[in-house]
Structure formats: C-alpha cells, structure tokens
Design a protein around this ligand. Sequence first.
Ligand code: HEC
Length: 208
Amino acid sequence: MKIRHFIYLIGFVTMSFVMLSCGASGDDPGYEFAPQMYNSVAYEPLNQIVNEDEGSWLSSREDGKGEFFNSNINNPYRMNMREPVANTVPRTKDGSLPYRLKAFELEAAALNENPIELSDKVLAEGKVLYTQYCATCHGPGGEGDGKAGEVVGGVANLKGGAYINLPEGHIFHVIMKGKGRMGAHGSQIPQERIWKIVHYVKQEIQKQ
Ligand code: HEC
C-alpha cells in the first residue's frame, strides 16, 4: 500500500468517527467532548447523577466511583441540603421569633411584656421611631393631632381617657396588627423597634 493510500484510509476512518459521533438522540448524548464541563463533580441540587458507575471509564476518583457520580449518599432522598431539625421554628428577617397572635387576640397580646430593657438610649431611639412612624397621625406629643391624622380621622389621643392605661403588650399588638382605622405596621417595623416605640409611648408620652 502506498503511503498516500494509507493516509487516505486514516482520514476516512477519522472522518467517519467524527460524523458518527455527532449522532445523539433520545437519552443518548453521543460522545461528549470534555464531559467534565457538562457533568459537574460538585453536588448539584437539580442535576444529580445517582448511578455510581457513570463515567467510570474516565474516573480518577479516590473513592472508586464513576467520575460523574455526584449525588450525596449520606442524606435521605440523596438530597444535598440538610433538613432542619424537627420542631425548628423559623425566625423573621430581624432574627426574632414569629409573632403568631391574630389581630383579634388582643387580650392574649396584652399579657406580653416588653423584652427590651429600658434605658435613655432606648428612649432616644424610640423617639426617633415614633416621629418617623406615628407622629404623622398621632402628633408629636401623641394627642392625635398629626397632619395625616386630620385626613384619616378618629385618631386616638394617646394621652387621654382609657388609652393611658393600655398595657405595653396591647400597644405592641396594635402597632403590629392594626386596629379599627389604624393600619398594621408589622411588615414595616421590626419587632425590636416596635417595643422601643412602646417604651417611648409609655414613658414619655403617657408618662406612665
Ligand atoms: C395612618 C394614621 C396612623 C398611624 C401612622 C398610626 N396610628 Fe395609631 N391610631 C390611628 C387611628 C385612626 C387610631 C384609632 C383606631 C380605632 O379605634 O379605630 C389609632 C389608635 C392607636 C392606639 C389605640 C389602640 C386602641 O386599643 O384603641 C394606639 C396605642 C396607637 N394608635 C399607637 C400608634 C403608634 C405607637 C403608632 C406608630 C407606630 C401609630 N399608632 C401609628 C392612626 C394611626
């Protein structure tokens, strides 16, 4: 055989292989070029390969498994994520426990005590927050004479009548869940800050 024919033959065989490699259908991906690019060795949440022999022809792994095997054998359902411990309670964004009382459960709410220790710093913060969130309706002194309150109408005078004796848990609940014509503020103000406002209302506005 002349050397030229030999080269032709090699070329023909190579071309045939290349053409045949292009065939991929159904579950058969054909020959993959650089398979590590498609099959991540890292644990994948959605793309787990559970066949331990997959990619064994290429494997250099120390655990003897196929190169593409990437699912977690230690967790049930081959999940990569760990399930939370039983009875785990989720925290809110600000790290506090979720407030589970419903809007109408005012009596139960009234029993809650203010978890924030009273100090001058807390009162100063409470004043800023009160001015930010409450003064528009309740007025700077709490007498129900805020500008927005004129439009809303029927704003409570926090210094007058029965309001003066409201328990702290009650005030917290009203801010959190709203009451009557006053809207809920729970989604805007983190719980810790609401308790600071409650301190300010009690100590400075109601002088209780
Ligand atoms: C948009 C206006 C508005 C804002 C803002 C507002 N309130 Fe009120 N608030 C009202 C109105 C109106 C009432 C009367 C509700 C009713 O009885 O219908 C009320 C009632 C109350 C009461 C009495 C609840 C009761 O048991 O009757 C408290 C305490 C109170 N507000 C505190 C606050 C505090 C503290 C803030 C700031 C976090 C605040 N409010 C923000 C309008 C507002």
